[in-house]
Design a protein around this ligand. Structure first.
Ligand code: SAM
Length: 217
């Protein structure tokens, strides 16, 4: 449903408050959560669930991430207007829309064709200029690198060096890394040509990263 209503706007404001209470501090991220109509990215029959703080199944056996998780990953990246951002795992397109509202230049790659096409059509309808790519994001996109920020929205078996190498100096990558059940949220900052700083930010549960450097093909 691409219609917005006062009721849904109210629910979005409530959702932003809920996420703030869970520890998200960035005013710009909270503003983006309150601004982007998440129900546009939701399966049509379940629009009433769009403003609950839950992940939800979408096509291709995938999920739209929990709003708190979207806010957390976005906050960790400290997105600035003009940042060139690579998102690995387009899914519904919701995370891309949040990044776009924050002023990022967004490149998003998805391996499931059905999801890629659906998100691409939705961005066009909404007038969001997001660069959509169909392919295996576990390799990053070397030909478009370097990026200011990289966000991985699927759970990876290990921290992929070939992705951190696609960061600019002072760039940041956020990725859930672990086993198939639970992953630690890792933030990597590239401080120099061969200097990286790594911090951990809680446990999460993502669908698996597939592809060459993921869990399976
Ligand atoms: N960011 C999405 C959103 O806002 O709806 C949520 C993404 S969902 C949790 C993870 C997505 O990563 C799925 O759509 C899945 O198909 C995709 N994915 C998994 N492995 C991938 C890979 N190697 N390359 C690109 N996308 C991948």
């Amino acid at each position: 449903m691409l219609k917005d209503t006062y009721k849904l706007k109210g629910q979005r404001t409530q959702l932003a408050k809920e996420i703030k209470n869970l520890g998200i501090k960035s005013p710009t991220v909270l503003k983006a959560i309150a601004a982007v109509p998440r129900h546009f990215f939701f399966p049509n029959d379940f629009v009433d669930k769009a403003y609950e703080n839950i992940a939800f199944p979408i096509e291709g056996g995938q999920t739209i991430s929990q709003p708190y998780t979207v806010a957390k990953q976005t906050e960790l990246l400290n997105i600035q207007a003009g940042d060139k951002v690579l998102e690995i795992g387009t899914g519904s397109g919701y995370q891309s829309a949040i990044l776009k509202v924050l002023g990022a230049d967004v490149y998003t790659i998805e391996t499931v064709k059905e999801l890629h096409l659906k998100a691409k059509a939705l961005f066009a309808k909404l007038g969001l200029e997001v660069h959509t790519i169909l392919g295996d994001g576990s390799k990053g996109i070397p030909e478009l690198a370097p990026f200011d920020k990289i966000i991985m929205t699927a759970g990876a078996p290990s921290l992929l060096k070939l992705l951190t190498e696609q960061l600019k100096i002072n760039g940041k990558l956020v990725a859930p890394v672990g086993n198939l059940d639970v992953q630690k949220m890792i933030l990597v900052t590239r401080n120099g040509d061969k200097k990286y700083n790594e911090t951990e930010h809680g446990k999460f549960n993502f669908v698996p990263l597939t592809g060459t450097h993921g869990w399976h093909n």
